[in-house]
Design a protein around this ligand. Structure first.
Ligand SMILES: [Zn+2]
Length: 327
């Protein structure tokens, strides 16, 4: 049975997994600091340490591993060449147009396969639910600082011609996404009223809180900076704060409008919703998914669509890219 190691490279840490084609042999979060700000040479050393850590923890040697999967934040090409500016949270100009896959391949002297982190997480959710069933399709929506997406069709992740497939955060919402009122939401990408402008932490900070606080100037969040206030919304939502619930409800409506669009495009089997925005109490998770389901104008035939919280959020990237590498 072929084996792979998956490395999920983030702004702070490299999370690792080992995959034997059936099972993930590392159960817990296992990571080394990524030290990305110190530049590609230091990062190369850290990637090598992370790879060795995975081998040591499962008792494999390098010759046991057929392929290594590597995922990183984008924007990057389909093969892992960063854009001219490099990933925003890597904080070092040396990553502009940098080929991270080739760099790591040179250091490791073995095959390395690349995915962006949204696609890797999407593939893991899909694999966790459907295994290697080649007939299933799914959409993943990862609500973090931004809105990361991933699409799996017939068991294969959609990467796109130049690597920008499934940039679902920047798909524009339909005009009636909010059934109660209309207000303009701006995204850092320059678009108005796209999914990320509502269903992300940045969307809360830039658009939702300013809108709802304007009507509730006495609310305790009004006295905080926009950034600090946005980070408190999830906790307040868990406590039942009406304004925080309105903010998160509007996110659920945006997600519902987007899922309705995707149903009409793909007629998929499942939707997985993950990211920091879903790392909350089971009560809020259920309420959120119920709110999403209630807003979708279902056809009777499609009401069986699975909508679930994405599993194992913090390990999903490494696991997804490990699966992809073997595929
Ligand atoms: Zn956008």
């Amino acid at each position: 049975m072929p084996k792979s190691v998956g490395l999920d490279l983030g702004g702070n840490a490299i999370n690792v997994t080992a995959f034997d084609g059936t099972n993930f042999l590392i159960e817990e979060m296992l990571e080394v600091p990524s030290l990305v700000r110190e530049g590609p040479d230091v990062l190369g050393d850290q990637l090598l340490k992370a790879f060795q850590l995975a081998l040591d923890s499962v008792g494999w040697s390098k010759s046991d591993v057929d392929v290594v999967g590597l995922d990183t934040p984008g924007p990057a090409s389909a093969t892992g060449v960063f854009t001219a500016t490099g990933p925003t949270n890597f904080g070092n100009p040396a990553y502009g147009n940098f080929d991270i896959t080739a760099h790591f391949k040179r250091i490791l002297d073995m095959p390395v396969v690349y995915l962006n982190d949204g696609n890797a997480a999407a593939l893991y959710s899909h694999f966790h639910k459907f295994g290697s069933d080649r007939t299933k399709s799914s959409v993943s929506l990862i609500m973090g600082t931004g809105l990361g997406g991933g699409i799996v069709v017939d068991g294969r992740v959609v990467v796109g011609k130049v690597g920008y497939g499934a940039e679902l955060g920047h798909v524009t919402l339909p005009g009636d996404w909010n059934p109660v009122e209309k207000f303009e939401c701006h995204c850092n990408c320059g678009r108005k009223n796209d999914l990320e402008s509502v269903a992300s932490l940045t969307g809360i900070e830039l658009n939702l809180l300013p809108h709802y606080l304007r009507r509730n100037p006495e609310h305790p969040l009004a006295s905080l900076s926009a950034r600090d206030a946005a980070r408190k919304v999830r906790g307040l939502c868990e406590q039942g704060d009406p304004l925080a619930r309105e903010v998160v409800q509007s996110q659920a409506w945006a997600i519902a409008a987007h899922i309705d669009q995707m149903i009409n495009v793909l007629d998929m089997d499942a939707v997985f919703i993950g990211g920091g925005g879903m790392q909350t109490t089971p009560e809020v998770q259920h309420w959120f998914i119920d709110t999403v389901r209630a807003r979708i104008p279902w056809r009777a035939e499609q009401m069986g669509l699975t909508i679930e919280v994405a599993p194992h959020g913090d390990m999903a990237g490494a696991r997804g890219v490990a699966v992809h590498a073997l595929a």
